[in-house]
Design a protein around this ligand. Structure first.
Ligand SMILES: NC(=O)c1ccc[n+]([C@@H]2O[C@H](COP(=O)([O-])OP(=O)(O)OC[C@H]3O[C@@H](n4cnc5c(N)ncnc54)[C@H](O)[C@@H]3O)[C@@H](O)[C@H]2O)c1
Length: 167
């Protein structure tokens, strides 16, 4: 992948803020181009501006319909995840979705079926703080312990895209 991966961030709460900040600061070949949150306020807009996110919206549709968005980060409230996965898949966007996809198996299966049908890439965010690989990165001093969970998630997403683009 030669060009930067352009990301649309859905949800600017706690985890959206963390992922957005990590992408902008630590993932050189990815950038957040738009963030949408129905409760977008001045504080969120200031945060977005401070890390170089060019567009803020109160309407998630602005993310799904954006021609310059390659992938979405679904960091909104849990009850939106399955629907947003389906909308993203139908729009041909790759997906990073925070856990959980949903609390109902039927909705999860419906969302996964749409992802499979669209052929987009999906990763679900899950805390791996206590897994061996993460602990090893910390022990080797490759990542500050305080920051590594979100950083590893973003890095994994990037690597995942690279791996699947390489024949
Ligand atoms: N993997 C992890 O370690 C981890 C950690 C924290 C949270 N999470 C998950 O992330 C999700 C968000 O958690 P949080 O702690 O950031 O919550 P939060 O309440 O701080 O943020 C959620 C944000 O989503 C926004 N939102 C609500 N409806 C929306 C919509 N229709 N479109 C766009 N944005 C919308 C809200 O306005 C809010 O700003 C939850 O599903 C949670 O389970 C995962």
């Amino acid at each position: 992948m030669g060009k930067k991966l352009r990301i649309g961030l859905l949800g600017a709460g706690r985890i959206g803020n963390l992922h957005g900040t990590n992408i902008q600061n630590f993932i050189p070949d990815a950038e957040v181009v738009i963030v949408a949150d129905p409760f977008m306020n001045e504080k969120m807009e200031e945060w977005a501006k401070s890390i170089g996110i060019g567009r803020c919206s109160k309407d998630p549709e602005d993310v799904f319909s954006a021609a310059d968005v390659d992938a979405v980060f679904i960091c909104s409230s849990t009850n939106t995840h399955a629907e947003f996965m389906i909308r993203a898949a139908k729009a041909g966007k790759h997906i990073f979705c925070e856990k959980p996809i949903d609390t109902e198996v039927a909705k999860i299966n419906e969302a996964l079926a749409e992802v499979a049908k669209a052929g987009v890439k999906l990763q679900v965010g899950f805390v791996r703080r206590f897994r061996q690989a993460g602990q090893a990165l910390c022990r080797q001093g490759l990542l500050p312990r305080s920051r590594w969970p979100a950083h590893v998630l973003c890095s994994c997403f990037r690597r995942y895209l690279h791996r699947h683009d390489d024949p």
